[in-house]
Design a protein around this ligand. Structure first.
Ligand code: ZN
Length: 188
């Protein structure tokens, strides 16, 4: 958002495309498809661009991505450098890591919940909960789960079905590493 606020779409697009004012918008020849009459519109009020010929459109980031054939991180880096905005790469990496660990926890919740509600292993625990007055709606709402009597069921399942490494459940505290060997023991 900071990069966007510092770089007007008119300037960024205007570097590549010759634009002519037309009312509140600007018109030019689309750089992304061959054309002789301009159907490429830049709207400064919305900080956006759109081509009525080929349907492409977006903001300064998508413009640079399309123009230079790069992915978002690269376009962001390029425009941030121009805007004089410093990007903390660690933040990006840390965010990705946190998101991943969140996925590990969510997957673990789904796994234990499925064991409780959909497997023979969880039948007794489920019957117990029903006896105690838990309705299926409550069990569903609270995402209750049951850990099967196994050393590494969670780790193996996440590895096999979710392509997670054995180290990831360890990282979120759901497993402990096996001493001097491969793999990990589930905590539950
Ligand atoms: Zn176009």
């Amino acid at each position: 958002a900071e990069v966007k606020s510092r770089l007007p779409v008119l300037d960024v697009v205007g570097e590549t495309v010759q634009l002519k004012k037309a009312g509140t918008t600007y018109k030019g020849l689309c750089p992304f498809h061959g054309e002789k009459t301009p159907s490429f519109i830049v709207t400064p009020g919305r900080e956006s661009w759109h081509c009525f010929g080929c349907g492409e459109g977006g903001d300064i980031f998508s413009f640079v991505m399309r123009r230079d054939g790069v992915a978002f991180p690269e376009a962001l880096r390029l425009l941030a450098a121009r805007a004089g905005v410093e990007i903390d790469e660690r933040t990006t990496r840390e965010d990705a890591r946190r998101k991943r660990l969140h996925e590990v926890v969510e997957s673990a919740i789904s796994f234990y919940h499925a064991v409780l509600t959909k497997s023979p292993t969880g039948e007794r625990a489920l019957a117990y909960l029903h006896d105690r007055g838990f309705s299926d709606e409550t069990i569903e709402w609270a995402n209750l789960g049951w850990a099967p009597p196994d050393w590494d069921a969670l780790g193996r399942t996440l590895e096999k079905r979710r392509r997670m490494t054995m180290a990831e459940p360890v990282e979120v505290g759901l497993a402990t590493p096996r001493k001097g060997g491969n793999g990990a023991y589930d905590r539950f």
